[in-house]
Ligand binder design. Structure first.
Ligand code: PMP
Length: 418
C-alpha cells in the first residue's frame, strides 16, 4: 500500500468506528453491510444528538411557555434550518417535516389533487407524468391523485438499457401537463437520470416539478434553489439519520397550493365549532406532534455528511459501485441493470438460472447483506424484461475489501446453485 492508500485506509477505519453496528460478526464473518439503498446505518454523532435532546430538552413544541418547550421548539426549528441549508433551500423555500419520502410524496399528491379552501391544482383532463424508474412511493400516490381528480397519468418510458431520454419527455409534455415527478436515482437499477435538464424542460412547459431525492441526498449535492424543482422529498434513514423521519422541501408558492393531509392541532390559526382556518407554512402541513428527536437526528446526519463533504462521499461510493459493476459484468451469466450508470451508489443484477433470494441467502451466510427482490419497482423491472434482482448498495463506510467479498460470494453462489 502506498502512503495515500494507507492514510485513506486509516481514515476509513476511524470513520467505521463511529458506526457501532458495523463492528459485529454475522454468521461467523465480519458484517459487510451492502444494503444502504434500503437503510444506511447511523453514526454515534446522530445517536448522541437524539439522546441529548431526549435527556435534556424533550417536551412538546410550539406555544409552550415553559423552558423545556421553548428549548424543544428551538431544537426543532434549528434542525429545519440546518436541513434547509443542506439542500440549498433559498428564502422563498420552506421545509416541511414528514415521516419519510413516502409520507412527503403522499402529502404532495394528496395536497395537489384535493379541493379545500380553493380548487384542487390537478383538474379533470390534466396530465401527470411520472417516469418508469420510480419507486412505488413516487408512482402509487400519483395514480391515486389522477383517479381522485380525473386527471390522466402518463408514464415516461426508459430505453432498453433503462435510461430516460429527454426527447421522450419532450414528446409527453404538453399544455395539460400539471405535474412531472422524477427520481434522482432509481433504487431498483441504480440509474441516475439527467434530472437537472429534465426538470428544467418540464418546468419550462409549465408543469410543477417533483424530485424524489431519497437515493441521492446522502452523496449528491442537491441545490434545490438551483434546480427547476418545485418540490423535493427525502428520508432521514437513507442519509445516516433516523428512521420514520423525512422532509418535503418546496418553493413556498408551490407549497401554498397544497391542501393539508392532516388536520388537527398545531396546524390551525383559529377554530370554531364548524370551521377552522389554517396556520402559515410550514406548520400548516405539520398537524400533530412531530418527531422532534427525529428532526434533531436528521439535522445531525446532515452535519455529519457535510463534515466529510458530499464530493468525497460521492467519489467513494461511486468508486465502490464501479468496482462491483466491473467484477459482476465479468461473470458469466450475470446481467447488470444500468451497466453504465454514473454517479450511482447502487448496483443491481440478475443471475441466469439462479434466483436472487438464493444468492442473497448464500451471501448472508458469509456476513454480506444485500437486498433481493423487486425493490418496490414492479412496473420498471417488468418493462425491462427482468424479474427480481440482487442489489448491492454502498455508503461512506464501505470498503473495497467488502466489494471483493461480495464478488467472491456471488461467484461461490453461482458455482453452488447452477
Ligand atoms: N423513493 C426511493 C427512490 C426510494 O429508494 C425509497 C426507499 N426505498 C423511497 C422513495 C421510500 O422511502 P421511505 O421508505 O423512507 O419513505
Amino acid at each position: 500500500m502506498g502512503e495515500t492508500q494507507l492514510a485513506r485506509a486509516a481514515a476509513l477505519a476511524e470513520l467505521r468506528a463511529e458506526f457501532p453496528v458495523l463492528a459485529q460478526n454475522v454468521n461467523g464473518a465480519p458484517l459487510g453491510y451492502l444494503d444502504n439503498a434500503a437503510t444506511t446505518q447511523m453514526p454515534l454523532a446522530v445517536m448522541e444528538a437524539m439522546q441529548r435532546f431526549d435527556r435534556h430538552d424533550r417536551a412538546n413544541i410550539h406555544r409552550g411557555v415553559h423552558t423545556l418547550s421553548q428549548r424543544a421548539t428551538d431544537r426543532f426549528e434549528e434542525a429545519r434550518e440546518t436541513l434547509k441549508h443542506f439542500v440549498g433551500a433559498g428564502a422563498d423555500h420552506e421545509l416541511v417535516f414528514t415521516s419519510g419520502t413516502t409520507d412527503a410524496l403522499n402529502m404532495l399528491a394528496h395536497g395537489l389533487s384535493t379541493a379545500g379552501i380553493g380548487d384542487a391544482t390537478i383538474k379533470p383532463g390534466d396530465e401527470i407524468i411520472v417516469s418508469e424508474l420510480e419507486h412505488h412511493a413516487n408512482l402509487v400516490p400519483w395514480q391515486q391523485a389522477a383517479r381522485r381528480s380525473g386527471a390522466q397519468l402518463r408514464i415516461l418510458r426508459p430505453d432498453a438499457q433503462g435510461r430516460l431520454q429527454e426527447d421522450e419527455l419532450a414528446r409527453l409534455l404538453g399544455p395539460r401537463t400539471r405535474v412531472f415527478a422524477l427520481t434522482a436515482c432509481a433504487n431498483a437499477t441504480g440509474e441516475r437520470p439527467p434530472y437537472e435538464a429534465m426538470l428544467a424542460r418540464a418546468a419550462a412547459a409549465g408543469a410543477l416539478t417533483v424530485l424524489d431525492a431519497a437515493q441521492a441526498v446522502s452523496h449528491e449535492t442537491l441545490d434545490v434553489a438551483a434546480l427547476a424543482c418545485d418540490f423535493m422529498a427525502f428520508s432521514g434513514h437513507k442519509m445516516y439519520g433516523p428512521m420514520g423521519m423525512g422532509a418535503l422541501v418546496g418553493r413556498r408558492a408551490a407549497l401554498e397550493r397544497l391542501e393539508p393531509l392532516r388536520y388537527g392541532g398545531d396546524m390551525v390559526e383559529w377554530v370554531s365549532r364548524t370551521d377552522a382556518s389554517f396556520a402559515a407554512l410550514p406548520m400548516r402541513l405539520e398537524g400533530g406532534t412531530p418527531n422532534v428527536s427525529g428532526a434533531v437526528g436528521m439535522a445531525a446526519a446532515a452535519s455529519f455528511i457535510e463534515g466529510i463533504g458530499r464530493e468525497r462521499i460521492d467519489a467513494h461510493v461511486t468508486a465502490l459501485r464501479a468496482q462491483a459493476a466491473a467484477g459482476l459484468a465479468a461473470m458469466r451469466g450475470v446481467t447488470l441493470m444500468s451497466p453504465e450508470a454514473h454517479r450511482s451508489a447502487i448496483v443491481s443484477f440478475v443471475t441466469d438460472g439462479v434466483h436472487p433470494h438464493d444468492v442473497g441467502t448464500l451471501l448472508d451466510a458469509r456476513g454480506i447483506a444485500v437486498r433481493t427482490g423487486l425493490h418496490c419497482a414492479h412496473p420498471l423491472l417488468e418493462y425491462l424484461g427482468f424479474g427480481p434482482t440482487t442489489r448491492a448498495s454502498f455508503a461512506v463506510y464501505n470498503t473495497h475489501d467488502e466489494v471483493e467479498r461480495l464478488l467472491a460470494g456471488v461467484t461461490h453462489a453461482l458455482e453452488v446453485l447452477r
